[in-house]
Design a protein around this ligand. Structure first.
Ligand SMILES: Cc1cc2nc3c(=O)[nH]c(=O)nc-3n(C[C@H](O)[C@H](O)[C@H](O)COP(=O)(O)OP(=O)(O)OC[C@H]3O[C@@H](n4cnc5c(N)ncnc54)[C@H](O)[C@@H]3O)c2cc1C
Length: 399
């Protein structure tokens, strides 16, 4: 009997578990190595746009994700003072792109992904220190001195990837001068006790505010971006004082201040940007997700792109199973141009969202309205190419 291709996935986060699920569905012998002692996520939400939902559909995970997520009926884009710039009907978005988006707590998404992979295929408390890779196999070395050899090694170990560093050396993060505050707030604690008055995207001078429902609408996820060159700590778990947020947004719409006041625990992190890297693959080792293309959060595509990567990697290995090195090159050819474009578009979007000049902001808002009206651009921001993509379709593989 022919031996199954062995794939070692380093990292059991959103990208690693999705890749494992996709590879298992194609019959590969997959094992995930995760550094944490349990599969868990930080307390925050994540937006899954239509492209991410189509990819999850191709893995049989759309329904379980929707069952624990939240779906808005209207996507509102507003100014910091509350004027509506645009409203997009979610049903129209779903019809246009072939799937509705969904917003979800990261822990709930990770639970769905973890349940889709057998527990025996995951080793916890396994921190990869480095990989060596050749023409016929890759070897991951762990900090406890153990090793895992596989036909293919996949680095899905996040923004500070040890696999990427091992293949290509250290990266060069650039501080953007922008920071982010976030909190998850129970709807019962909100003054309106409803999501809709706050929900959507708010754009103002120096800032962007993103608010959406999670946990079937029992809570809202708030991500508040602001220009601040003085805070440069790139951590997702550093807490901060609520008074700081209230001060920052004191001139924004009054309903937002009430919402901020309802948040008990606030986190603060500095946003770093990294240029797209010119290669992901060496021999039998490749990378995916944040390890391959860390990006700014302005398009809400970090998780979506990681999920797409997993689907396309599995499809490439499925197509060229007898030549895994060629399959990894096919995967990279298929994914790197798209993700690089997403990285650069997210960078530009941050600047466009934070415009300070009222004239420039008005021009932006008018352009959004014109695009929506005359170009049939659903969101008015020229990003239909992102949601149009279907990672589960044969066209996702480069020719
Ligand atoms: C607060 C917040 C909000 C976000 N909001 C959105 C959003 O709305 N929409 C969106 O699409 N994206 C969002 N993102 C980005 C998105 O979460 C990431 O892009 C996505 O998680 C990338 O998945 P990943 O699997 O590549 O990395 P991660 O999710 O970071 O997973 C990496 C995994 O590897 C493990 N690991 C790390 N090092 C090692 C090692 N050496 N050995 C073994 N295991 C290791 C980690 O413990 C982790 O489990 C957000 C991110 C944050 C922090």
């Amino acid at each position: 009997m022919e031996r199954k291709l062995r794939v070692a996935v380093i990292g059991g986060g959103i990208g690693g578990l999705t890749a494992a699920r996709a590879l298992l569905l194609r019959g590969f012998d997959v094992h995930v190595y995760e550094s944490s002692p349990e599969l868990k996520e930080i307390g925050a939400g994540v937006a899954l746009h239509p492209n991410a939902m189509k990819a999850l559909r191709s893995l049989g995970l759309e329904e379980p994700v929707r069952a624990v997520g939240y779906q808005s009926s209207l996507q509102q884009l507003r100014t910091w003072k509350g004027r509506t710039i645009s409203s997009t009907d979610s049903a129209a978005t779903a019809q246009r792109f072939g799937a509705a988006g969904c917003t979800i707590h990261r822990a709930d998404l990770l639970d769905v992904l973890a349940q889709s992979v057998p527990a025996k295929a995951v080793t916890l408390s396994a921190r990869c220190a480095a990989v060596t890779t050749g023409d016929d196999r890759g070897i991951a070395r762990f900090t406890d001195g153990t090793e895992a050899e596989a036909d293919v090694v996949v680095g899905a170990d996040g923004i500070h990837s040890a696999v990427r560093a091992s293949l290509f050396g250290p990266d060069a993060p650039q501080f953007t001068g922008k920071i982010c505050y976030r909190s998850v707030i129970g709807v019962a604690a909100l003054p309106a006790r409803r999501i809709e008055p706050y929900e959507g995207l708010w754009l103002g001078p120096h800032g962007t505010l993103v608010v959406y429902g999670v946990r079937r609408g029992e809570a809202i996820n708030v991500v508040a971006h602001y220009d601040d060159p003085s805070y440069q700590h790139e951590s997702w778990i550093a807490e901060c004082d609520r008074g700081e947020i209230l001060g920052r947004y004191r001139r924004w719409h009054s309903s937002l201040r009430e919402m901020f006041a309802a948040g008990d625990t606030w986190y603060k992190w500095a946003l770093y940007d990294r240029d797209p890297i010119p290669a992901w693959t060496k021999g039998r080792t490749t990378i995916l997700g944040d390890a391959a293309h860390p990006m700014l959060p302005y398009l809400g595509q970090g998780a979506g792109q990681a999920i797409e990567d997993g689907c396309v990697l599995a499809a490439a290995l499925g197509k060229l199973a007898d030549d895994p090195s060629a399959a990894l090159q096919l995967y990279e050819r298929s994914r790197r141009p798209r993700t690089s474009r997403v990285v650069l578009t997210a960078r530009a979007r941050g600047d466009d969202n934070h415009l300070v000049s009222p004239v420039a902001a008005l021009k932006r808002d008018m352009l959004i309205a014109v695009r929506k009206r005359f170009s049939k651009d659903v969101t008015g921001r020229g990003e239909a190419w992102i949601a149009d993509y279907d990672a589960g379709s044969p066209e996702a593989l480069a020719g």
